[in-house]
Ligand binder design. Structure first.
Ligand code: GLN
Length: 484
């Protein structure tokens, strides 16, 4: 086994036994990045020197008995998380040369736990998208099949984990952007409950929906990341004061006494390979002692419309700050201040971002606010109520993450609505603020990974991790060759 193939748990064990140093582990990832990056395009910035310095420090700390929960573990970060002194582009020309002056809280948490930051990874521009094809600095490739999308918007995170270019990654999920690329790239991804993880230092897309979360090669690795990034932060007014359980300790075999719902609305128009993987996963959970019941989420059909109104409205407000005056890119040579704003925004943002700003500005404008934004917010409550009703009786719900496996690059590029519809099964968790995760469930007939989605009540991450752990163990998927 190559060093870069180790899971976090395996690497920590080897380092504790004195059989591995963080410098060796970090080097193996940096070498791997050199070899595969040309075919997968996961990274925007690789900080080799900084990573090796952090690794040396982690090794020294370990020698001194200061062993954080991620001591010496190399991690990649979606390029919308602030790292002091490291360029942060958000995948956009608008922030091409922007260097944040501070660390995001999750970055500080990773550092405090001894983690090693390898660099920043590709994403859809400002996290708007489902394929990462709108990234201005490289489009990540699905490592399982050449020419197929990695998913998005945290495509670089999923690819860097799947292609063994880091031990784990942090992404962000506003409408599925951790779970969907995790599913399409065959890795584990978790979107925590809204408020579980601080958003301080995360570039805002839609503030009432955004959450940061981990992507890893095993459920246990995600639990380890959750242990480090979760908890209250005074710098984020929506972070919640609530004890954080030990997620890694909550992973145990057996699901006796658990009831898992299967929402009937989530099985309409599914690809047959996806359906087969989910059915198989359901039977695995049954074998492990869970009771499976059919449930209903009757407002599912409204999710896409509600999400794209709310997310775009919030985006139009959040992205108003990029006007050439304060951050990043400015179009020079304009005749007036107003022209400078206009020209900067017209040439700094890509097509999808502009589309969202236009939709959002329209939905918020006077005369339309009640009909669109307010109405969408009301339906959002109905969507939350659907889930709350189910969770009075069920511990979690199981479903596909996406209706199909990964599709070919460029396939839906001129049909934004088709891409929006592919988010139908993930966006409800963000609208309801509940946690969700994607666990690899199997492969389609043409060799593309298919993820299984688990969603639970607010702050039930440990339940989802436990179910995911049992699914992973029960399926025991045989290792396969990547196509890179
Ligand atoms: N695909 C969704 C969108 O384009 C979700 C994005 C996300 O979660 N950041 O808005």
């Amino acid at each position: 086994m190559k060093l870069y193939e180790l899971t976090i748990s395996q690497a920590l064990e080897k380092m504790a036994a004195g059989e591995l140093t963080s410098v060796e582990l970090t080097r193996s990832y940096l070498d791997r990045i050199k070899v595969v990056e040309e075919s997968v395009s996961a990274y925007i910035t690789v900080d080799s020197e900084g990573a090796l310095q952090q690794a040396e420090k982690a090794d020294r700390d370990r020698g001194d008995g200061k062993v954080g929960k991620l001591c010496g573990i190399p991690i990649s970060l979606k390029d919308l998380l602030c790292v002091k002194g490291m360029k942060m582009t958000c995948g956009s020309k608008m922030l091409e040369n922007f260097v944040p002056p501070y660390d995001a809280t999750v970055v500080k948490n990773i550092r405090d736990a001894g983690g090693v930051i390898l660099g920043k990874v590709t994403m859809d521009e400002f996290a708007m998208g489902s394929t990462s094809e709108s990234c201005c600095f490289g489009v990540p490739q699905n490592p399982w099949k050449k020419g197929y999308v990695a998913g998005g918007s945290s495509g670089g995170s999923a690819v860097s984990v799947a292609a063994f270019e880091c031990a784990a990654s942090l992404g962000s999920d506003t409408g599925g952007s951790i779970r969907q690329p995790a599913s399409l790239c065959g890795v584990v991804g978790m979107k925590p409950t809204y408020g579980r993880v601080s958003r301080f230092g995360l570039t805002a897309f839609a503030s009432s929906l955004d959450q940061i979360g981990p992507l890893g090669r095993s459920v246990e690795d995600c639990a380890r990341m959750m242990d480090v990034i979760s908890g209250y932060d005074a710098m984020d007014s929506t972070s919640v004061v609530k004890d954080v359980p030990d997620y890694t300790m909550s992973l145990s075999a057996g699901l006796k006494g658990m009831k898992i719902g299967v929402p009937k609305e989530y099985f309409n128009g599914l690809d047959s390979d996806v359906e087969a993987v989910i059915k198989n996963s359901i039977s695995v959970l049954k074998d492990r002692g869970a009771e499976i019941v059919e449930v209903s989420l009757p407002h599912t059909e409204y999710c896409v419309a509600v999400y794209y109104l709310i997310a775009s409205s919030e985006a139009s407000s959040n992205l108003a700050r990029y006007d050439g005056a304060l951050y990043g890119y400015r179009k020079e040579g304009a005749d007036s201040l107003l022209d400078m704003y206009k020209e900067t925004r017209s040439s700094g943002f890509g097509a999808e971002v502009k589309r969202r700003i236009l939709i959002g500005t329209f939905a918020l404008s006077s005369g339309y606010y009640d009909a669109y934004y307010k109405k969408a917010s009301q339906v959002r409550t109905l969507i939350l109520n659907d889930f709350q009703k189910i969770f009075q009786d069920c511990d979690a719900v199981i479903s596909p993450v996406t209706p199909t496996p990964a599709w070919k690059m460029g396939e839906n590029i001129d049909d934004p609505l088709a891409v929006y519809m592919s988010d139908i099964l993930t966006i409800s968790a963000n609208l309801a603020g509940i946690p969700g995760m994607s666990v690899p469930g199997g492969f389609s007939q043409n060799g593309l990974p298919v993820g299984v989605q688990l969603q639970g009540a607010h702050f039930s991450e440990e339940v989802l991790l436990k179910i995911g752990f049992n699914l992973e163990q029960g399926l025991d998927l045989a290792p396969r060759e990547l196509d890179i």
